[in-house]
Design a binder for this molecule. Structure first.
Ligand code: ADP
Ligand code: MG
Length: 295
């Protein structure tokens, strides 16, 4: 069964797509895992990083996007889930010089519109009192349909609270919440934590021990000044926090660009490779620890 890992925050521009792709590359290259990314953001950034612009246009032409998957399956299409995926994505090589096992359900600019349409269609099809949960539950089951073919499924979430974003947050075994060490970002961390743990307010949330929470925060764009260090420390008192901090670094920013020629992961991340290694090491042991927990 795949381990489902969402990367989410109510705020945009905190590094969700960057980190989702970084982990996908690391788990596939270093972990030898079969990795799938679901691009659930209509910004489609993780699709751009993994396919390049032309590749993404081709995926749209072949109706291989998350919007096609959700809407066609709703209409009862006989296409298999795997038929919506693009395999062998990314621009890195595995240790054997071959492309690692990395697949993508590409994002779509239409994802938000599709969800509105689906909500209306769902409401007219089923006479259920709680339509929102019905549609969300159905999207959850569509996401779960990939669980037998992959070891790790990474959900790159949109900042908003769409049905797809909520479905991802409820489906995930673990949610990574990247944040920038500033006050707006911290507020956004509180909001997403309440949703993940399904609590009404921060008082209720604080009753759940940090180690029992389903999410973990990751400081990104860290510039290592005393004010930021204090903010991260304070956040770590209220929320579970990875020991790894990602600095603001060109090697991370440049990895956003897709290269037509595959390179070793060390070349792609260049000066940031130690950051990637550290993050991967910590997240991989989190995954291994979660797997051992009795259910
Ligand atoms: N640690 C970092 N150092 C430098 N640039 C970063 C870092 N993390 C992310 N970025 C850049 O910030 C921008 C937004 O990142 P992105 O992953 O798209 O955020 P989100 O998915 O949360 O909207 C991108 O241009 C990305 O390259
Ligand atoms: Mg993004």
């Amino acid at each position: 069964m795949a381990f489902y890992m969402a990367v989410a925050n109510r705020k945009g521009g905190v590094g969700k797509s960057t980190i989702a792709v970084m982990l996908a590359h690391a788990f596939s290259v270093w972990g030898g895992k079969r990795v799938l990314i679901l691009d659930l953001d209509s910004q489609c950034n993780s699709s751009m990083i993994l396919l390049g612009g032309e590749g993404w246009v081709a995926a749209r032409g072949a109706r291989k996007t998350v919007a096609d998957y959700f809407s066609e399956q709703f209409e009862g299409s006989s296409r298999m889930p795997a038929d919506y995926l693009i395999d062998g994505v990314g621009d890195v090589l595995g240790p054997d010089g071959q492309p690692p096992s990395l697949s993508l359900l590409p994002g779509s600019l239409l994802l938000d519109d599709i969800q509105g349409d689906l909500f209306l269609a769902y409401a007219s099809k089923r006479e259920q009192p709680d339509m929102g949960k019905g549609l969300r539950g159905w999207l959850e089951s569509l996401m779960r349909r990939f669980e037998t073919d992959f070891d790790v499924v990474i959900l790159d979430c949109a900042p908003g609270l769409s049905f797809a974003a909520l479905a991802a947050l409820y489906t995930a075994d673990k949610v990574i919440v990247p944040f920038r060490p500033d006050y707006v970002s911290l507020h956004a961390v509180d909001r997403v934590a309440l949703i993940i743990e399904q609590q009404a307010n921060l008082d209720e949330l604080s009753a759940i021990p940090l180690e029992a929470r389903r999410y973990v925060c990751l400081a990104n764009y860290v510039r290592d000044n005393p004010r930021e260090r204090l903010l991260i420390e304070e956040t770590g008192l209220a929320h579970p926090m990875l020991a790894t901090l990602l600095p603001q670094r060109d090697g991370i920013a440049n990895a956003f660009d897709w290269f037509p020629q595959r390179r070793n992961i060390e070349e792609k991340y260049a000066a940031a490779i130690d950051d990637v290694r550290k993050l991967y090491g910590e997240v991989a042991s989190l995954v291994a620890g979660d797997r051992k927990k009795p259910t």
